[in-house]
Design a protein around this ligand. Structure first.
Ligand SMILES: Cc1cc2nc3c(=O)[nH]c(=O)nc-3n(C[C@H](O)[C@H](O)[C@H](O)COP(=O)(O)OP(=O)(O)OC[C@H]3O[C@@H](n4cnc5c(N)ncnc54)[C@H](O)[C@@H]3O)c2cc1C
Length: 484
């Protein structure tokens, strides 16, 4: 009998300890079964957010075919073992971790590019940098995630909507999806597009991973990779509020909604609060779909407010620009909350954000705390809110507040970090908007279903009821089937 916790959270699991059971699974599939004694186990088991590295699976399956996935689901069903899917393992809230069976798609990395149709078909374990390599000779690009380009998998990013520097020009990454293949809870292998299994296809564009089945491949639209002018500016904290407001003016300027890509924010670090207060700095980066001379004029609206401590501006071809913003993920534990801003921040809101950073409690993590802004409001706003599962079509930007720590900060560090990001949410959400971005999940978010999905949640529940009524795919903020 499965416990109530197990029914809600596939990260809690009864044990399957008989070696013979695992050996039987290994015989049923072409891919590999890893157990904790295998040397490769630890690297596949580790999530990107090390906050969740104590959630260790009993076994890991590395499928190489869709039939492997279907056979694994049947085996897990026979043993009443919860299953969780992982592609890149970058979920902020540890939702690709389990104490049951982890189906890790890291060996499904085949990809093809059709240059005539300007489309790419990639298997679910493909990482952004693999696709960048495949696109390099073609002159085509995709709605890539900004950071970190290295390591992050296309699956989770795309299924949750997918927000990057191309968003204002090309739309959300999920808007570029043309079709996907999915293995359902019962092991059926389905092709989904606008005409076939259209409900599932709708749900796969913003309804988040881990809900409806295991997507094995995606076909999406590519676009010519234009030359862009890249910029990266840094500022000290002296005129922090003014820099945030000047950048907000730029991203909300109607003339720049589709030509000026931006991510900016403020950050701090330091082991004690007093130290962190003095360490605030700001950054603004992205690119402009136009010549350097025009961008330099645009940026004077920020640089006339505060003099940058460093400036980099260069014209680069689209793929080199994408690589320029590649970043490795910091391995410290962290917690994040996100706010979808419909309303621009006021002078008081900007001051409030900087005040939160000034009073951040400090930690030993060199990456500290940050409040980041992801510009939206261009092509991402074109579809209706119910055109796909991604509902936030009226967003001006998404704000993400993150706090990081290390083991040296003691057992209370996660609570301190959660209280800090919670404070940012408490003060800013009432003025900016109630929504939150499912790709930046906050495990403490009240009424997360409204915040992530708004009016689309009802349809997502209906699709869940049809595709996975028994709730095989589940996690604390997963779409729930309505039990009869
Ligand atoms: C440092 C950092 C920066 C980021 N920046 C951005 C950004 O700029 N824009 C943005 O949109 N997002 C960003 N993200 C968030 C990122 O898009 C999500 O964390 C995304 O879920 C990661 O994809 P993944 O495949 O690595 O996820 P995983 O952790 O592997 O999985 C995420 C969820 O999807 C499920 N899942 C995974 N693969 C599949 C599949 N094939 N089929 C069905 N379900 C599946 C998992 O069970 C889990 O519930 C960032 C993340 C990090 C760590």
């Amino acid at each position: 009998m499965l416990s109530e916790a197990t029914l809600v959270d596939a990260r809690v699991a009864p044990r399957v300890s008989a070696d013979t059971a695992w050996a039987a699974l290994a015989r049923r599939i072409q891919g590999r079964v890893l157990q904790p004694s295998d040397s490769a186990f630890a690297s596949f088991a580790a999530p990107a957010n090390t906050r969740y590295d104590r959630i260790v699976p009993q076994g890991i399956v590395l499928p190489t075919t869709e039939a492997d996935i279907a056979a694994t689901l049947a085996w897990a069903h026979d043993h009443q073992l919860p299953v969780t899917t992982r592609s890149g393992g970058h979920n902020y809230a540890g939702y690709s971790s389990t104490e049951g069976l982890l189906i890790h798609l890291g060996m499904l990395t085949a990809r093809t590019v059709d240059t005539n149709a300007a489309t790419a078909t990639v298997q679910a374990g493909t990482r952004n940098n693999d696709l960048l390599d495949a696109l390099a000779p073609t002159g085509l690009t995709w709605a890539f995630g900004r950071c970190p380009t290295i390591g992050i998998s296309i699956s989770g990013y795309l299924l949750g909507g997918g927000l990057g520097l191309h968003t204002r020009r090309l739309g959300m990454a999920s808007d570029t999806l043309l079709s996907t293949r999915i293995v359902t809870a019962t092991g059926e292998i389905l092709f989904c597009d606008e005409n076939t299994n259209a409900d599932l296809f709708w749900a796969c564009r913003g309804g988040a991973g881990g809900n409806f089945g295991i997507n094995t491949s995606f076909t999406f639209q590519l676009h010519p990779a234009p030359e862009v002018t890249v910029y990266r500016l840094a500022f000290d904290g002296r005129k922090a509020d003014d820099v945030l407001l000047a950048m907000q003016d730029l991203i909300t300027d109607p003339a720049l909604l589709r030509s000026f890509a931006a991510q900016f924010g403020a950050k701090t670090s330091g082991t004690r609060a007093a130290r962190a207060a003095g360490n605030i700095s700001l950054y603004a980066e992205g690119w402009y779909y136009g010549p350097q001379s025009e961008l330099e004029t645009i940026l004077t609206r920020v640089t006339s407010v505060a003099r940058p401590t460093s400036t980099y501006i260069a014209q680069l071809d689209g793929l080199r620009a994408q690589r320029y913003f590649s970043d490795e993920t910091a391995s410290n534990p962290f917690t994040t909350t996100s706010i979808v801003a419909r309303t621009p921040m006021s002078t008081q809101d900007a001051a409030c954000i900087i005040e939160h950073l000034r009073t951040w409690p400090g930690s030993s993590s060199g990456s500290g705390a940050s409040v980041a802004f992801f510009a939206m409001g261009g092509a991402d706003s074109d579809p209706a809110p119910d055109a796909t599962a991604f509902v936030h079509r009226d967003a001006a930007f998404i704000l993400a507040a993150t706090s990081r720590w290390t083991a040296a900060d003691g057992p209370a560090a996660p609570q301190r970090a959660a209280a800090w990001v919670g404070g940012v949410r408490r003060d800013l959400s009432p003025v900016l908007g109630p929504g939150s971005f499912v790709n930046f999940p906050d495990p403490t978010l009240p009424r997360w279903w409204d915040a992530y999905y708004g009016a689309n949640y009802e349809r997502l529940v209906k699709i869940k009821n049809t595709s996975d009524p028994a709730g095989l795919f589940r996690y604390p903020q997963g779409i729930r089937a309505l039990r009869p």
